[in-house]
Write a protein that binds this ligand. Sequence first.
Ligand code: PMV
Length: 322
Amino acid sequence: MRAATGRAPSKLILLGEHAVVYGHPAVAVPLQKPGAEASVVATEGDAPVAVELKDFDIRWSRGEDIPADEVRPFAELVGSVSRRYESIPENGWSLSVSSEIPIGCGLGSGAAVSVAAFRAVFRCFGVPHTPRELSDSAYEIEKIHHGTPSGIDNTVIATGRPVLFRKGAAPDFLNAPEAPVFLVVGYTGVRHKTVEIVSDVAKARAADRAAYDAMFREIGDIARRGAEAFENGAFEELGGLMGANQRLLERIGVSSPELDGLVRAAQKAGALGAKLSGAGRGGCMAALAADRASAERLKGALESAGAAAAVVATVLERGKGS
Ligand code: PMV
């Protein structure tokens, strides 16, 4: 019996969401926690491939009707790997997946479970794979969840590296600064549907193209400057850019009263900067703190301001993602 496991980090968009869909750069970082995990066991018999989604207590075997939408990406995943890789058998193995990453929150839960699953499958059957292949495989699955994702989630999560990402271009990986980066993530508790918000933004842009394209350009510029500030550990500057990005996201129409409330609470509690992160209208926000003590204060302030949960997050160290 062969078996293997795979892990994947979550991701946080520091700057540039939505504009990234229109070809502008965005900055995203992998977070050590929360993360996703998968395991594969090969029994080598000819029982149909089985999938277990631990968080939902759902089991499914190939050939059965799909019991819930959550299973669909994994049904596609297990089918595609045995079609694409000769050493991966069509039958006789099972995949089990679990994740600590809240769904619909802007932390890339879909890409993280896919990356963890591909990693476990490739490892179990001895398929050599580069982070790029892992990222491309996860992107195929992302398209089932999201329609036309920019690709930022799978890139950051599969490589486990901070990135200045531009759709369609080779990722420009960033060096994490020497000083630790203290980020606090606050969840609104409101689950969002990225595909709907992206489509609403597209409609708003169609109605006022010049204004929206100007805002997207400004956001792209903020992301470029933010990438440099991040690498240099210029946190005051990075925080200021996060604030400027939040004001533009509000004008684009993707913030919400819950997000605005948490952003204001973080600012009042001394954050260097705070903004929504991900698609918006719920999901999560992120605040940048000057040091650990300030991060803990911000966490408390977010909880008092009504966050469903708040965590002090650490940017993943290189080589620790899998
Ligand atoms: O909330 P999330 O993690 O689905 O992030 C969405 C980020 C967008 O820029 C809004 C969409 C995308 O595909 O990049």
